[in-house]
Structure formats: C-alpha cells, structure tokens
Design a protein around this ligand. Structure first.
Ligand code: MRU
Length: 365
C-alpha cells in the first residue's frame, strides 16, 4: 500500500492486541483498528470491518487468544468458540480456524493456553500467506498459457468478482495472487472488476489493484455476460467461502451468474482456494451450505464519497419496498473449469479433491 508492504492483520507492538484495516471505510479512507477483546474481534467480523473467508478465520483465531488472555478457563474457551462461530455462517474458514485453535489449547494446563493460542494464531496467518503464494504460482501458469496465445501488446483479460485479494486474506489474496505475480513478471494484463453489490467489495479489489499498478476496469455486476459474449474476457478467477467434497463452490452472490455466462461462452472459470476453505463434511452445496442473509439496509442504501469529500449513505430504494440480501450463492461443480489450490490446479470433482487432499478427505473435515 502506497508502495509499502502491508498485511491485513497483525499483532500490535504491545504483543497481544490485534491490528486490522477498517474495510468499511475503504476505498475512500484508510484507517486501522485495534482489537483488544473477544467482543472487539466478534464485532469486527460481524460488522465486516474485516471480511473475506481466510481473514475471518485468522481474526477468529486471534479473537480466541484475546478471550483466553482475560480468562483461560474451559468455560471462557467454550464461550469464545461459540461467540466467534456465530458471527458469520457461510465461510467455513471460521470454523476451521476455531477448531485448529481448540486442538492446540483445549488439553493444555491453563497457564500454557495463552502462549499456545498466540503461537497457533500466528502460524495460521503465516500459513495463509504461504498457501496464497503457492496458489498464485499455479494460477500464474494459467495466465502465462493465455499470454502466449496473445498478439504482441494485447493484454490477458481477467474477470473477477467480489474481493478475493490481500484484504480478504492475510496477504496476496486467492484470486488475485496470480494476477499480482503475472503483473510483476511483466505480463500485460487487465482485470474487469465486478462491482459486487450490495457492499461493493469490487471497490476494494479496484483499490488493491490500483495500489499495485494493475490496469483494471470497474464494471456493474450485470456486465460480465456481455463482456464474455464479445470475447473480452480470457479467464474468470474468483475466490470462495466454502467448497464442498464434490467441488460445488459457494462464493459471493452473483458468482453463479458469471459461471453460467462463462460456460455459455467457453470462457475458463477458475476458483482460487486455500485448503481450509474445503468442507469435506458437505457434498451438495445448494442443499447443505448455510447462506448468510444480511440486513436489508445494505441493499436499500449506497455509501460513497460526496463531492465535498464527506462519506455519505443515501437510500436508493423506494420507502416501503421489500428487499432481499442473500450474501452468497452456490456454483455447481460442473460449471467450474478448475480449482487453483496450494497443491496445484485440480478438477472440481470428488475424486480431484480427495486425491489432492487425502488427509482432509479421509478425516471428513
Ligand atoms: O462477504 P465477504 O466480503 O466476506 O465475502 C467475501 C467473498 O465472497 C470472497 O470472494 C471469498 O471470501 C474469498 S476471499 C479469498
């Protein structure tokens, strides 16, 4: 950011409180927040001061640390687990991270719990960074293959939905890691960024790409089909909040429509995901993944920067009209060209996932 490398979550110099970027203010204002209690962490996740499946997991891990710091008893641990798990229902990384934390903390004496928890939370963050770098390296090969077919000077056109960038992870992003690596390698590329109403996470992606100097165009959500019909998209890469054992992909609302348009137009549709996003306990994404429904106000209003620089929220829906705010949808595995994981690009099938992650598939988690 501004030429300086920044993670989306960090331990403050006091060595115990947690720093995050307040994503509700981006892209118009950059401000950080300090989380100093379980309540702070739960609020930050629920109110989407931080968001994105892997970052939600990392923040929940630190939320458990903050709770244990105040009270390392079994009761406190169980309560913190329940409070954090209740913040958002769809991204499985939340439960994955909480279970990882429980596994290292639960059977320890109380006086060892806090240190062990902070160690594991830091590891979860570092692992996320390493995983995303690996996803980026595998995704880069896909972009390189397309670039080789291009005429000199022609960019590779990527379409992405929502924000699966470094803001949504600890660093690099899942969908964006390959984009950043391709750009850094000198490949000419251009990204179509879906707005992603109602919360416009596309503005976060546009902000990230702008900070990194990646050419991009912000488009209203309904534009993707038109772009694909006119051969203006070479590859779609999105992130995900949960992938089932058979390869169904749950991601931000609107992803499914992009996958349908991609299929109809022969555009490869890839999903970048770290293995903690795989939920081997579910198979049929439509039937089994809980879809978050958020407040109607997010749909009925838009927030942005006024001409005088003030951040303002205005209503765009007639008073009295009902609104619906489904946060996510499920893209069936048959529409997914491939899953870009830290272990390579794999088919979105039961067999593909089980072969790539046998230890997780066997354990059913
Ligand atoms: O509601 P959000 O903003 O948390 O949803 C984020 C997404 O849907 C991302 O695409 C997904 O979490 C992948 S992040 C690497």
């Amino acid at each position: 950011m501004n030429g300086k490398h920044t993670r989306s979550i960090w331990l403050e110099p006091d060595g115990w409180s947690v720093g995050i970027i307040d994503q509700t203010l981006l892209p118009h204002r950059f401000a950080t927040l300090r989380l100093a209690s379980l309540g702070d962490a739960a609020h930050a996740i629920k109110s989407m001061q931080l968001r994105g499946a892997p970052l939600i997991g990392a923040a929940a891990a630190y939320g458990l640390c903050l709770a244990l710091r105040e009270d390392a008893s079994d009761e406190s641990l169980e309560r913190a687990y329940a409070v954090l798990l209740d913040t958002r229902p769809t991204a499985i990384n939340l439960k994955w991270a909480l279970d990882e934390m429980m596994a290292v903390v639960r059977n320890r004496p109380r006086d060892e719990r806090v240190a062990a928890a902070y160690r594991r939370a830091a590891e979860i963050c570092d692992e996320d960074v390493a995983i995303n770098q690996a996803i980026g390296r595998h995704g880069l090969k896909l972009i390189e293959d397309i670039a080789r077919e291009k005429k000199p000077g022609e960019p590779v056109n990527v379409l992405t939905h929502c924000n699966a960038g470094w803001l949504a992870t600890v660093d690099w992003g899942t969908a964006t890691a390959a984009i950043y690596m391709a750009h850094d390698a000198g490949i000419k590329l251009h990204v179509f960024v879906d707005e992603t109403r109602p919360r416009s996470q596309g503005a976060l992606t546009a902000w990230e790409l702008g900070q990194h100097g990646v050419p991009h165009t912000y488009v209203p959500d309904n534009t993707g089909g038109h772009l694909m019909q006119h051969r203006m998209v070479d590859i779609a890469i999105v992130g995900t909040d949960r992938v089932t054992a058979r390869g169904d992909v749950c991601n931000k609302i609107g992803t499914y429509l992009k996958a349908l348009a991609a299929k109809d137009n022969g555009v490869p549709f890839y999903v970048g995901l770290p293995s903690p996003t795989i939920d081997f306990t579910v198979s049929d994404g439509l039937a089994e993944i809980p879809i978050e429904q958020r407040a109607g106000d997010e749909v009925a209003t838009v927030t942005g920067k006024a001409a005088d620089g003030r951040i303002e929220t205005v209503r765009v829906v007639p008073d009295g009209s009902a609104v619906a705010n489904y946060g996510f949808d499920v893209t069936p595995a048959r529409l997914v060209t491939g899953l870009i994981t830290e272990r390579g690009v794999i088919p979105a099938t039961r067999d593909g996932l089980a072969k790539a992650f046998p230890e997780r598939a066997r354990g059913g988690r």
